[in-house]
Design a protein around this ligand. Structure first.
Ligand SMILES: [Zn+2]
Length: 289
């Protein structure tokens, strides 16, 4: 299985933390019907996106992109030592899978110049911090952390009303360490990194467009979770905060990159997770390269 991709002058590494059964397809995708599931079962199983019990299989991973100027980590996955009582496979885990993945890519935590989060959900910010002598400290000691301002403000508002553990242990320690920037949608890093606002899953969700002057690769975060939603872009998922906006965002994103050379790096599609968007009837597929 390939964990490294080239696109233009970018080198892209996948750092996989888990690839696991997640939720039953019919539960995760509320508008999916048993008939449509039956029509798609064979190719979904062949793609290892669905198990024999109709449970969706998701990959949980970070991407690390080397541009000629910077090393950028996109979405910091699940993390260790974090209380996540509703998710037994994430709760207080202590494995070294993620750090071994980083080392296998020839990288250390000190190499990361930027950490960028597509949104501030639990499986995208976990390794922002690590536990050191009972305190949460930034995992990547030399990195600036970049969050979208709309997303950051949204979660600060939610957290002010009812404390959100993930904000407490994986976002606020970065703010307190003065390592973060909450950026507008026109923010760029050099001539290689641009933001594509993709609201719906969360209000300030962003995709990241990387490449010098053109999108050699795009990192889609959670605007899509399963290849079944590429086939049927209107199929929103249970945790999309605004289901209608998520559907509109998903179709326009897939249309934007359909039949282009842009490498689409999804957060949660099963391995290889990365491909090029091609038309499939009224929907799309992500074709492995
Ligand atoms: Zn996610």
């Amino acid at each position: 299985m390939s964990l490294t991709f080239k696109a233009g002058d970018l080198t892209i590494h996948r750092i996989i933390e888990q690839e696991e059964v997640f939720l039953a397809a019919l539960e995760m995708l509320p508008t999916l019907t048993p008939d449509v599931l039956a029509e798609n079962r064979a190719w979904m199983q062949a793609a290892k996106a669905l198990d024999a019990n109709d449970v969706l299989i998701l990959c949980f991973q970070s991407y690390i992109v080397k541009t000629p100027h910077h090393t950028i980590l996109i979405d910091s996955c699940i993390g260790n030592d974090k209380p996540r009582p509703t998710r037994p496979k994430w709760n207080m885990k202590t494995d070294d899978t993620y750090m071994r993945g980083l080392a296998a890519a020839g990288l250390s935590v000190a190499d990361i110049d930027y950490v960028m989060c597509t949104h501030l959900h639990v499986d995208h910010v976990g390794w922002n911090t690590r536990l050191e002598n009972g305190r949460w400290v930034p995992t990547f000691p030399n990195a600036r952390y970049v969050f979208g301002k709309t997303e950051f403000d949204y979660w600060m508002g939610v957290h002010a009303k009812t404390p959100v553990p993930v904000i407490e242990d994986s976002v606020l320690p970065i703010v307190e360490a003065r390592r973060f920037e909450a950026v507008a949608n026109d923010h760029q890093i050099g001539d290689h990194v641009r933001i594509l606002p993709t609201p719906g899953h969360t209000p300030g969700h962003s995709a990241f467009r990387l490449g010098r002057g053109k999108d050699d690769a795009v990192f889609s975060g959670d605007l899509i979770h399963s290849p079944l939603q590429a086939r049927y872009p209107e199929m929103s998922m249970k945790f999309d905060v605004d289901q209608a906006a998520a559907a509109t965002t998903r179709r326009s994103f897939l249309e934007r990159y359909c039949d282009t050379d842009t490498l689409c790096c999804t957060a949660h599609f099963p391995s290889p997770s990365v491909g090029k968007i091609r038309r499939w009837g009224d929907g799309f597929s992500c074709e492995a390269v």
